[in-house]
Design a protein around this ligand. Sequence first.
Ligand code: IPE
Ligand code: IPE
Ligand code: MG
Length: 248
Amino acid sequence: MAGRNDAGAGAVPPRHIAIIMDGNGRWATKRNLPRTAGHKVGAETFRKIAYYCKDIGIRYLTVYAFSTENWKRSVEEVNVIMRLLERYLYELMELMARDHFRIRFFGDLTGLPPSLEKLARRTYEVSGALPQDYCLVNLCINYGGRDEILRAARRYAADCAKGTQTPENLDDALFSSYLDSAGIPDPELIIRPSGELRLSNFLLWQCAYSEFYFTDTLWPDFTTDEIDRAIAAYAQRNRRFGGVKESK
Ligand code: IPE
Ligand code: IPE
Ligand code: MG
């Protein structure tokens, strides 16, 4: 699998960074604002960080925007998040070609409000016509790592039933090709702001050998300096992938 046998991180910057954009609600509550105010500022943070990652040469940026579990929240909060996603997708659609981004989605789009689903599919189509070397932003919406694996397993089982695959064929690379992240190398670095030390169902398959960077900063306060710090921390890690390597 891509990246699995690379030498240690050293000075090589990550190709793929993934971020759990967490802490919007607490940011707002601390300011006596409704939680939705945090989502609005958090969406702006996403814009700033995406441009920064592109500018420093990150090829793939994956962001967790809405999980399969986030539907448990109030209808009001969910509606605000869905409207924000729609607004930012419109904007991205307009700017992708000019600013050299491509967009892809991880998650089950069929569970989204129809207008957002349509827009997401259209954005994906437009992205398909853009040059492959543009920075690829993967938006995780209605995404859960377990759900992604289950959807992949179902499709594989269906192909076996049709006779186009056999159970014996299945290996790491083939299974990866059924995931939402098909064709994209695993993230070398996963960042979680907001002080929580868990994955919350993010990229469960792809994180096998990712390096983790946790910070207490809440997502709306997150800055480009934090990205630099995360990359600097990553550069110090000794990645062994199960092998043996002299420590630095
Ligand atoms: C992340 O911020 C955004 C989503 C999960 C949609 P939260 O809304 O989880 O913020 P906290 O964790 O409650 O502070
Ligand atoms: C993870 O954050 C999901 C996103 C950031 C989109 P949550 O706030 O939903 O995770 P928990 O509930 O703290 O585990
Ligand atoms: Mg949270």
